[in-house]
Design a protein around this ligand. Sequence first.
Ligand code: NAX
Length: 328
Amino acid sequence: SNTPVKVAVTGAAGQIGYSLLFRIASGALLGPDTPVELRLLEITPALKALEGVVMELDDCAFPTLAGVEIGDDANTIFNGANVALLVGARPRTKGMERGDLLEANGAIFTVQGKALNEHAADDIRVTVTGNPANTNALIAKSNAPDIPAERFSALTRLDHNRALAQLSRKTGTSVNDLRKMTIWGNHSATQYPDIFHAEVAGKNAAELVNDQAWLENDFIPTVQKRGAAIIEARGSSSAASAAAATIDHARDWLKGTAEGDWTSMAVVSDGSYGVPEGLISSFPVTTSNGNYEIVQGLEINEFSRARIDASATELGEERDAVQALGLL
Ligand code: NAX
């Protein structure tokens, strides 16, 4: 149809926004035939910078970009939104305690959850990229009681893509040969990238690699700490790759995963794989038509069990902390 899809992006004047907006506007999210209206939320002091970004969007003359609205009021910007990409968050600054970080982000995601609840379109799908992403998504979801819980997700696709890149390098194959990678748990250093169900050109990845030392001492920590390695090298955190992953996540959610493959999304747990119900945790999921299903029936070995449990424990602690702050 010719009705533009309304895509809301928060933190639009930030680093990730600077990659993300241009890709959405050029059709990377919804395809070349679907017009998109961008609805961009920023804090008041960043609106001038955002106006500059909008000038650049204008100057791209993207055929798929039907309009842009900017502002600092979530109620206005989320009005009629079909897709919300919640990228803006309060970064941890020097001297900030963990509780301060959760509280600052709680203030953002309670307000945005309520605004989505009141003003978004009925088909709204929400993806949280801003950190702590899983718990921010939990706060937004809890403040939007009229939106089905399965419409909220947090981004672990960047971790998933990082894991694909590492496995492809190790096996000397193309990422196109890889299937069924899984990220479990929190988007944090406790996340567990699992290759026991992954496939390399149809063969089981763990059996093919057959290198426990690499798995434990190289692959898993490399994926877990990749964000810090990017900061160390680049002087700022991953932005273009985070934008690409946000697009991959939202696009696959809407358009579906390929037959014989799955992806990783942090979604509300239904208790699958022993992850406590209600936590927003990363799982292997298949998607179609804007819905996801957690892949069932995977055998979890002892090695994986311990790591999935550790990340779920961390998520439970984050939930308890924001609950104690009255944010849920
Ligand atoms: P930047 O600091 O460059 O941009 C964030 C933007 O959000 C700023 O322009 C800020 O003004 C805006 N903002 C703050 N509060 C807001 C509010 N209440 N409403 C609207 N906008 C608001 O950060 P950037 O590098 O773009 O990263 C954004 C977030 O993504 C951070 O929380 C970051 O930690 C997180 N990341 C998440 C990743 C993931 O895989 N889930 C990976 C990349 C990234 O680290």
